[in-house]
Design a protein around this ligand. Structure first.
Ligand SMILES: NC(=O)c1ccc[n+]([C@@H]2O[C@H](COP(=O)([O-])OP(=O)(O)OC[C@H]3O[C@@H](n4cnc5c(N)ncnc54)[C@H](OP(=O)(O)O)[C@@H]3O)[C@@H](O)[C@H]2O)c1
Length: 310
């Protein structure tokens, strides 16, 4: 980065700032970037914004540079030694991580039969295992300070599972369950754990998906078994996203408010659809809930009906 303030990075400024130190993952685009921009506007936080190496240049194009209270660091959350180095540097030079925001995430879109073991593993690795690896490494710091906030970005997929999204949902269910467990464990140390739960966001996020080879083939080949599944789900997701009145910027504002809350709740539903779906699921008898959701899926009447030629 072509920035003279880089020199500040070499100074040991431990304890010299009253700003709370935030470590944010996946800050290169989407919700993470919107949140980074929102946080930079204020003067309350010291930001450690992280992104994968290949995405670091996006900071420059968004006019985000290393500065007195902003550090840009390379962090692929799957690279555990990189995670350890980033945390070690923060501890050495700043002394602590006050707030951790686990935002980095990926979405795998495949039916179960079209998916593979490696897709399932990478979905779990990014959305569940990596956030908890980072959490594991900041907890002792937070406990020492008797203060901390851990914000995990979940999804409506963390309480309801939709077709073609089994691995994504499994990873967010895991994130939710482990966060709930952690909420109890950390209560004695004033460490708050919060799950931010968006439904559909009017953004490109849900279109940035990984797809297995079989899934790609099924999506394009009209005669494949799951072609109508993908077509229907694509239609549903793109309609819901484009009609959502939530954007990355509105969600970023809500997260910003959560940061200021002394005692934030464990779960916050940050889009209207997430909130409505949560209550719909909670209030409906399960049998009716599943049938209603099934009948509402676009093109579902065509599922399993086409003449297959694999
Ligand atoms: N968009 C939605 O409608 C929606 C709804 C519910 C929940 N969410 C959740 O919101 C969070 C942000 O999603 P988004 O919509 O902003 O998606 P996005 O636009 O695809 O951004 C995802 C971010 O995660 C980063 N990332 C992916 N793999 C990574 C890795 N191994 N190490 C470090 N960073 C990695 C990406 O970095 P690169 O730039 O390097 O790819 C990117 O910065 C995710 O946890 C997602 O599950 C989104």
């Amino acid at each position: 980065m072509n920035d003279p303030t880089l020199i500040l990075e070499n100074l040991n400024i431990k304890g010299s700032t009253k700003r709370k130190i935030i470590l944010l993952t996946g800050a290169s685009k989407g919700l993470g970037l919107a949140l980074a921009k929102k946080l930079i506007q204020g003067d309350e936080y010291f930001l450690v914004l992280t992104a994968r190496k290949s995405s670091m240049k996006r900071f420059e194009s968004e006019s985000i540079f290393n500065s007195e209270f902003v550090w840009l660091r390379t962090l692929d959350v799957l690279n555990y030694s990189q995670t350890e180095s980033v945390i070690a540097e923060i501890v050495e030079k700043l002394g602590n991580v006050d707030i951790l925001i686990n935002n980095a995430g990926i979405t795998d879109r495949s039916t179960v039969e079209d998916s593979t073991d490696s897709y399932r593993k990478s979905q779990m690795a990014v959305n569940y295992l990596a956030p908890f690896y980072i959490i594991e490494h900041v907890l002792s710091l937070m406990r020492k300070n008797n203060f901390g906030k851990i914000i995990n970005i979940s999804s409506a997929g963390g309480f309801m599972a939709m077709p073609t999204m089994s691995s994504y949902s499994a990873s967010k269910y895991a994130l939710e369950a482990a966060s709930e467990s952690l909420w109890y464990e950390m209560k004695p140390w004033n460490i708050h754990v919060t799950l931010i739960i968006p439904g559909f966001i009017d953004s490109e996020g849900f279109e940035n998906t990984t797809e297995s080879r079989k899934c790609k083939k099924s999506s394009t080949n009209q005669l494949s078994t799951y072609h109508e599944h993908y077509k229907g789900m694509k239609q549903l997701i793109s309609n819901q996203m484009h009609h959502s009145n939530s954007t990355n910027e509105t969600i970023a504002k809500q997260i910003y408010k959560v940061l200021k809350k002394e005692n934030p709740p464990l779960r916050i539903y940050v889009t209207l659809d997430a909130w409505l779906l949560f209550w719909f699921r909670k209030l409906m008898p399960p049998k009716i809930y599943h049938i209603v959701i099934y009948k509402l899926l676009p093109r579902v009447k065509k599922w399993g009906k086409q003449v297959y030629k694999e």
